[in-house]
Design a protein around this ligand. Structure first.
Ligand code: DC
Length: 672
């Protein structure tokens, strides 16, 4: 997951390959609650691992469920039903209310409010600021009809809430509004079977029910857990007397259909020839957002639907604008809004009033961000009209994400724009709500000409701090990091361990042995043929040997392609001698980091002492000066600033200040 202030998406050309998407959020959180309400142990497969499911799991744990993740499969866990005896003891008046924090997860807040009321668990339910702006009054009003004791702790009609035990009757029919959020009805349908020992319960929907497919998911899952609710149109729902939850034992969660919408769109917007296969859901999906397939087809997307996979082929023609009632696919409809930017005519999405009470006011958010990219957009209370962006008029933009995962994910598609503009996604971490690895997944399927992938090259003399600087800049930008010095260190260490002298006459054999190595870079760890060498290659002796081996032209040649191939999405920071001159001469930013020898010797001294390695300052200074002289004077890849490099003297700067300077220089080269 990219936990950084912003992520720049280079312009992408095509999307293809095979992708397995994470589990559905809606199904995951409903299933977790149903497991908790069912006696015995349930085994859940393919559960979504995200902020919202974490919130639900934490709440269920606090309520006494035992949750055991599988040691060998991180998408499987066992969950035992709640301990009702313990919950009853909580409901004695003297007990402190249990405090549950539910983040911004509507799929936890609404059903838990209803279920904990039905169970009579004294508790407070709160969330992030935005959660306290999302209405819940219709659900609370419905529960109060049955005798619930629920208080608003801040603003009337909104969380945080306090639930106190009370005598709950079954004053049927229970009326609930259906036109603000279908989650209120879902919450009642999940909770009221707990009261059905008193008799049949009828729930009546007041107003036109929105997002019906989500209610259908609820009904289907309830049936899987032994509760069969009778539905009369979308108006009346009857819970039979004596309904009780029974776990089906093993439950498989479908891939998330809303998450699939981004990849369906990406496959359709791809300018390549190859298809994209999306695995984990298909035409038999129980998720309403599978209807996105029909909407995307109406725009011209080529999609084949199998039982458990979708195959999207790039559209040869530009997409067409559509005019669509999106009440049935409120979440995936946001993806249509971004597809509309690429179409040949305007698109109107109607009946999307619920967008205004989601993670953010999505109508405002979508309108604002589409406009930033260059589109003309008009909006009403419950609709949005988007005009396509003509070729040549796409703008590089910095997209606000409003802590809304869907805004971040659907605007990532703008990186497929035909004008090759970069798209900056602010606070990309928000995708963690439903799809923590969204960007990594997108990059793994994306192709783009290499020259569009940004590279920052950093070089400088030994102990200038270039390695630390390069790795910190890479972290801040979410880019990969190439430590080319490590490659020469590994080459030297390996050649020496085979007994080879590091001289010109042995260079062919050394180069050959280097090209046969299997190298893995895992964060800070470096593995050679499966063995960790991270610390070992950092010694002064290996550094000296690296300096010798790096003067051998055939060794440099053997490492050439390996270094070039590390230029991968979304970008690279490369540290080392010839990064800016030979390996990536087209790099947009080249930094030559310097500091006087005495300062560098002092830094090296501190570093060695902190590692418990004895060192003398004078010796270090002499070594360092000798190395500078040798590196500068050698004919192969001498130490000198690459053409166009920015000289940065960091003798008086802390590492943080140096990082900020480089980031500021990088920013000054961006179009936004
Ligand atoms: O940056 P470092 O100390 O890990 O580098 C080890 C040696 O390799 C050093 O003498 C410089 C040399 N080197 C090189 O010639 N070309 C590179 N791209 C990186 C390092």
């Amino acid at each position: 997951m990219f936990n950084i202030p912003h992520l720049d998406l280079p312009s992408l050309e095509s999307i293809s390959g095979v992708v397995q998407l994470p589990g559905s959020k809606s199904i995951s959180n409903r299933v977790l609650l149903l497991c908790a309400l069912s006696p015995g142990v349930s085994v859940v497969h393919d559960l979504l691992d995200s902020d919202d499911t974490q919130v639900m799991l934490d709440a269920l744990r606090a309520l006494g469920c035992t949750i055991v993740p599988s040691t060998h499969d991180d998408r499987r866990l066992e969950i035992s039903g709640m301990d009702l005896a313990r919950l009853k003891s909580l409901s004695s008046k003297s007990a402190e209310p249990l405090a549950l924090f539910l983040g911004n997860a509507g799929t936890a807040m609404r059903p838990l409010t209803a279920a904990l009321t039905a169970l009579g668990v004294p508790c407070t339910l709160s969330g992030v600021t935005r959660m306290h702006e999302r209405p819940i009054e219709d659900l609370v009003d419905a529960l109060r009809q049955l005798g619930a004791h629920i208080d608003y702790l801040q603003n009337e009609g909104f969380p945080p809430l306090q639930i106190m035990p009370s005598r709950m009757g079954i004053d049927s029919p229970v009326r609930v509004r259906g036109d603000v959020s279908s989650q209120f009805l879902t919450a009642l349908l999940l909770a009221l079977p707990l009261l059905s020992d008193q008799g049949e319960i009828v729930v009546e929907v007041v107003g036109e029910l929105i997002s019906k497919p989500y209610v259908l998911i609820t009904l289907r899952l309830l049936a899987q857990f032994g509760v069969h609710i009778e539905r009369t149109d979308w108006q009346r729902f009857t819970i039979p007397k004596g309904s009780s939850y029974r776990t089906p034992g093993e439950i498989y969660i479908e891939a998330d259909a809303s998450s699939a919408s981004y990849f369906i769109a990406a496959g359709a917007l791809s300018r390549g020839a190859l298809p994209l296969k999306i695995e984990g859901l298909g035409k038999n999906s129980i998720q309403g957002d599978i209807e996105f397939v029909a909407a995307a087809r109406a725009m011209g997307a080529q999609i084949e639907e199998g039982p458990n996979a979708l195959v999207v082929t790039p559209s040869l023609q530009p997409l067409k604008g559509i005019d669509l009632d999106c009440n049935h696919i409120p979440d995936a409809a946001m993806t249509l809004a971004v597809m509309a930017l690429f179409a040949s005519s305007p698109t109107t999405l109607r009946n999307i009033g619920s967008w205004r009470v989601k993670e953010t006011d999505r109508i405002e958010a979508m309108a604002h961000e589409c406009t930033q990219l260059g589109a003309r957009v008009t909006t009403g209370d419950d609709w949005i009209e988007i005009h396509p962006i003509p070729l040549g008029q796409w703008r590089a933009a910095s997209i606000h994400t409003y802590d809304d995962h869907r805004v971040a994910m659907c605007f990532a598609l703008a990186s497929l724009n035909p004008d090759h503009q970069t798209v900056r996604i602010l606070e990309p971490r928000c995708v963690g709500k439903t799809f923590p690895d969204f960007f990594e997944t997108l990059f793994s399927l994306a192709q783009t000409p290499t020259q569009r992938i940004p590279v920052i090259c950093i070089d400088g003399p030994t102990a200038s701090g270039k390695g630390t600087l390069a790795s910190l800049v890479a972290k801040r930008l979410g880019y990969g990091y190439l430590d080319s010095g490590a490659l020469y260190r590994i080459s030297a260490w390996h050649a020496q361990s085979l007994g080879m002298a590091l001289t010109l006459e042995h260079q062919t054999r050394i180069a050959q042995s280097v090209s046969e190595l299997s190298l893995q870079f895992e964060g800070e760890r470096i593995l050679v043929n499966g063995h960790e060498v991270s610390e070992l290659i950092r010694s002064e002796a290996v550094g000296m040997a690296a300096s010798q081996v790096s003067a051998l032209p055939e060794v440099r040649q053997a490492l050439f392609e390996l270094q070039r191939s590390s230029r991968r999405l979304p970008g690279l920071v490369a540290d080392g001698r010839d990064m800016g001159s030979v390996i990536f001469p087209d790099a947009e930013l080249k930094i030559y980091l310097t500091a006087d020898a005495a300062t560098r010797a002092k830094r090296r001294h501190k570093q060695l002492i902190s590692k418990g390695i004895p060192a003398k300052m004078e010796d270090l200074l002499t070594d360092l000066q000798a190395r500078d002289a040798r590196d500068t004077e050698r004919t192969v890849a001498p130490l000198k600033p690459a053409a166009g490099a920015m000289l940065l003297d960091n003798a008086q700067l802390s590492i943080e200040e140096t990082v900020e300077k480089v980031l500021a220089q990088w920013q000054s080269k961006q179009a936004f």
